[in-house]
Design a protein around this ligand. Sequence first.
Ligand SMILES: [Fe+2]
Length: 197
Amino acid sequence: MGYEPRKFDLKGLHGISDETLALHFKLYEGYVKGTNTLSDRIDAFLRDGKVDQEEMPAYSELTRRLGFEYNGMVLHEYYFENLTRESTARPDGAFRDRAERSFGTFDVWKVDFASIGNMRGVGWAICYENPANGRLSNHWITLHEHGNVAGFRPILVMDVWEHAYLLDHGSERAKYVEAFFANVAWQVVDGRLTAPR
Ligand SMILES: [Fe+2]
């Protein structure tokens, strides 16, 4: 059974326009469709119980692409989920405590995360929790699939592909990163940290 695209009500964000979001939801739906299509095509190879040598190149390519589409789908869901038009300026719950434990202060954590967001290239800035010790660390993800740490839990996810900011901020990516911080749903972020493992 395939995935269904989820709906997110994000109209009226600060510095991220409804037009940008409409474009973004369309792209997200494309990733859901891509995930379903590739999964179906891979399943078709498996129906006879083997992947023979002749099938291997096509099977390999589809499987590599699945990593891109799958992460593109899931990361967009994390991203949309951690945005709200009713953001509190700064976190004051579980996330703040954890950022202080991991980085010394929230502001140092923020400098690291925002700087990753301003790196050149197309991808994501993601704050992960290491479930083994509760430590937070920030990571650069190239495209959707390169750089994710196996087993770590995504806590805060920021899209820094060009479609996330070009329409609203042109090439001024730092302005988008600040706009992102004006819309973070810190309660959702806290909830990710306190959710059962
Ligand atoms: Fe995106």
